[in-house]
Design a protein around this ligand. Structure first.
Ligand code: SAM
Ligand code: SF4
Length: 326
């Protein structure tokens, strides 16, 4: 088991397969030239597979593939097939902006992926373009429909930025209720490469629940939710589905954290906001399984109690979201 100094057991691993992206959300990426990791630094699919085998032997059961935009990594279904077949991996999911999803949904599903988090903040084409600096909303919506028809279970990730996303909350809630998707509202976090974040730009989970309860339908908190899941779950009182709130800023869930992250260039991070990392790329090239297992254990053992977004001591991590893997 991967247990840290506070007794938290780690069974969930997020793997970034690339730091590249085909759109440019302002709260994640800069607009101009981005210095991406040289391709030769990316872990190969075989290295990722080996790492997951070792992590699974230490108790990891859940894998999420992310990025950057994971669908820009060529042949991603090949990796999915490898990971889906690893004994002990019970849950495999992917976070994507869905721009390339229509073309890949069936192959991904057939390879063993059945759960998606699709990142979509708005159904308004001009607003989408403003946020992402690209005019790709029709492709995202097409990707969602194809994925739904393919059979994927779909959640929608909405980044909650104040004075921006409020008019989109109600249309998004109706869209998700109609389509059978679960929206997850993620408070804007200080992980943007342009350092635009400050607390006043966070649309809080409480504000979102209030708006949706008043303008869509009453919401009630789900009592038996998984305590280690980052999202606080609410259900519509009329029985038409659920919503999730990831309130990293106003209700940090660090005390229950069970997550680890592997970046596309092979750095192990025990927290989204970690300042230190463990390099496993070199070990995956020339080290033994025992050395890699030891690196995993020591990274988890060194885990801090939690990020300090709400304190004066908070230091933003040296990498922005697209380079960590959200
Ligand atoms: N490109 C994929 C996507 O956008 O879903 C996967 C990577 S992206 C970094 C993962 C998630 O991070 C996104 O779904 C988005 O909701 C979230 N995200 C990005 N920047 C964020 C920020 N500054 N604060 C909170 N969430 C953020
Ligand atoms: Fe790309 Fe995802 Fe970052 Fe948006 S949030 S720029 S889609 S990596």
């Amino acid at each position: 088991m991967l247990t840290d100094g506070f007794g938290r057991v780690h069974d969930s691993l997020r793997i970034s397969v690339t730091d590249r992206c085909n759109i440019r959300c302002f709260y994640c990426m800069p607009d101009g030239l981005v210095a991406f990791e040289p391709r030769e630094n990316l872990l190969s699919f075989e290295q990722i597979e080996r790492f997951v085998q070792i992590a699974a032997s230490l108790g990891v059961t859940k894998i999420r593939l992310t990025g950057g935009e994971p669908l820009v990594r060529r042949d991603l279904p090949v990796l999915v097939r490898k990971l889906a077949g690893i004994p002990g991996i019970r849950d495999l999911a992917l976070t994507t902006n869905a721009v390339l999803l229509a073309a890949h949904a069936q192959t991904l599903y057939d390879a063993g992926l059945h759960r998606l988090n699709v990142h979509l903040d708005t159904l308004d084409r001009a607003k989408f373009q403003h946020i992402t600096r690209r005019d790709d909303l029709p492709r995202v919506l097409e990707g969602l429909q194809v994925a739904k028809q393919t059979g994927f279970k779909i959640k929608i990730n909405v980044v909650a930025v104040k004075n921006l996303i409020e008019p989109d909350l109600v249309p998004m809630a109706h869209f998700c209720r109609d389509q059978g998707f679960e929206p997850r509202f993620i408070e804007f976090m200080p992980l943007d490469s342009q350092h635009l974040w400050d607390r006043s730009k966070v649309l809080t989970a409480d504000e979102i629940v209030r708006t949706l309860s008043q303008q869509v339908a009453p919401l009630e908190e789900v009592p038996d939710r998984d305590r280690r899941a980052p999202a606080t779950e609410y259900r519509w009182a009329d029985g038409r589905g659920r919503i999730g709130l990831i309130a990293s800023v106003t209700r940090p869930f660090c005390l229950n954290c069970n997550r680890l992250r592997l970046t596309s260039d092979g750095k192990l991070r025990y927290c989204l906001f970690a300042v230190e990392e463990t390099d496993v790329r070199q070990l995956l090239r020339s080290g033994s399984d025992a050395e890699i297992a030891a690196a995993l254990r020591s990274n988890v053992a060194a885990k801090w109690l939690g990020h300090e977004i709400n304190s004066q001591r908070f230091v933003p991590p040296p990498r922005p979201m697209y380079s960590i893997g959200g």
